[in-house]
Design a protein around this ligand. Structure first.
Ligand code: ARG
Length: 459
């Protein structure tokens, strides 16, 4: 057992209690943030005359050495310390002696851990945002290539109206674009520095909090020391945003699984992104998409876990808050892994254009256009809807498509029909006449793609 406190205790901590309390097994991943925060703190202490320059130099050199040794694998973070903060301070004191004991002047582990977690989260927001960028590029590439690839659009998983693959992909572009904007927003709101909040009530030392905030790349210090040590909103916001990213990835995965099924065959996954069966030799399974769909639950769970941990915590710091780490780390790792694997899968997926178009041609996806045709000839929409309903029934009975009916057959149901009906319900018309902003028509789609390309240039 190696802990920073003990002066006021008369007994050793029970080993089980010690283990239950300790966080080093998971907060060791914060070593770089912890050291970075300590260096900024010590620089400030010296600037303010609270530490001598000589002590500052020894401490900074010692901390840099520890960082280097951990990174190069020369120093192992030992689980016998209570947490990463105790570990760094103990190793420092072991290495440089007396000055090491001055590191914690004007600081508490409460503001220290609040800072470490913020620094970590801030870096991760940045990394996640970069992964989203790659994903958006992969989607945009598919869009550019497939403005003419016709496929059925679905509602209730029933064929509804023809669209293009570019249009379908554009819906996901919009979703991940919002996710990117959420990352940006979280970063902007969270970027204040809690260091200097002390345990909860600041300190009596003349700290320069603006200076440490600046050294650490924050917009400024937090303005309330109690909130500074006990705010985890930014982490909740990140987990909520990641839950949304995962929900989007999961919907996308579900579609890929359906499209990859034997019945649809809209797509073929690259061998590198599929797996086989140990018993059925013919199988090529979409395991990556299934795992992404499955892992969504873990990320939702992390959000619920942290919200629940925080809901009953009176101000200011309470040990419950140590429970923020494991779910947050797991959710961040999971979401990052899923975004990058999914991007790789999309980059290598093959679309079966013929199957998609053939599917759009069947299933009466042009029925709405037949009704709109009648409206164009002066028939009220409700009557037109009824007439086309009769046409569909007739076709189902004969096993044909609307396009296969003769003009005589059309006119028997309604004399309004003319030769131009065939052009009005052709798949090309159905798609390319839809050119209002946001619609699948090629002209509308190309404009939107132009907007997306500019968006990516400014990302
Ligand atoms: N391991 C703790 C955490 O993660 C560090 C802060 C400890 N502070 C304290 N007063 N016990 O929250």
């Amino acid at each position: 057992m190696a802990q920073l406190w003990g002066g006021r205790f008369t007994k050793e901590t029970d080993q089980l209690v010690y283990n239950f309390n300790a966080s080093i097994s998971f907060d060791k991943r914060l070593y770089a943030q912890d050291i970075r925060g300590s260096i900024a703190h010590v620089m400030m202490l010296a600037k303010q005359g609270i530490l001598t320059d000589a002590d500052k130099e020894k401490i900074v050199e010692g901390l840099e050495g520890i960082l280097d040794d951990i990174e190069k694998g020369r120093l192992e973070i030992s689980d016998k310390y209570e947490d990463i903060h105790s570990f760094v301070e103990a190793v420092l004191t072991e290495r440089i002696g007396e000055p090491g004991k001055k590191l914690h002047t004007g600081r508490s582990r409460n503001d220290q851990v609040a800072l470490d977690m913020k620094l970590y989260t801030r870096d991760e927001v940045h990394l996640i945002d970069n992964l989203l960028k790659e994903l958006l590029f992969a989607i945009l590439n598919i869009m550019e290539e497939h403005t003419e690839t016709i496929m059925p659009g679905f509602t209730h998983l029933q064929k509804a109206q023809p669209i293009t693959l570019a249009h379908h992909m554009g819906a996901y572009f919009e979703m991940f674009k919002r996710d990117h904007e959420r990352m940006h927003d979280i970063y902007r709101r969270m970027n204040t520095c809690p260091l200097g909040s002390g345990a909860l009530a600041g300190t009596t030392y003349p700290l320069d909090r603006d200076y440490t905030a600046k050294l650490l790349g924050f917009d400024g210090p937090t303005l309330n020391s109690m909130d500074g040590v006990s705010d985890r909103d930014y982490l909740i916001e990140l987990l909520a945003a990641l839950a949304t990213v995962m929900m989007h990835l999961s919907r996308f995965s579900e579609e890929i699984i359906i499209w990859n099924s034997n019945e649809y065959q809209f797509v073929e996954l690259d061998d590198a992104y599929s797996t086989g069966s140990s018993i059925m030799p013919q199988k090529k399974n979409p395991d990556i998409a299934e795992l992404v769909r499955g892992k969504t639950g873990r990320v939702y769970g992390a959000l619920m876990s942290l919200l629940t941990s925080m809901k009953g915590i009176p101000l200011a710091y309470n040990k419950d808050m140590q429970e923020d780490k494991e779910p947050a780390f797991d959710a961040i790792d999971t979401a990052k892994g899923c975004i990058s694997l999914f991007t790789g899968m999309l980059r290598t997926i093959r679309f079966n254009k013929d199957r998609m178009e053939a599917s759009a041609r069947h299933g009466f996806t042009n029925a709405t256009d037949a009704a709109d045709y009648l409206v164009g000839k002066g028939v009220p929409f409700r009557d037109a809807h009824g007439i086309v309903g009769q046409l569909v029934l007739y076709c189902i009975d004969k096993g044909i498509a609307l396009d296969d009916m003769t003009l005589e057959e059309y006119r028997e149901i309604s004399p309004v029909f003319q030769e131009d009906i065939y052009d009005a319900i052709s798949i090309d018309t159905c798609v390319n006449k839809r050119v209002t902003t946001g619609a699948p028509g090629k002209k509308a789609m190309e404009e939107v793609i132009g907007i997306y390309k500019k968006y990516m240039r400014e990302y």
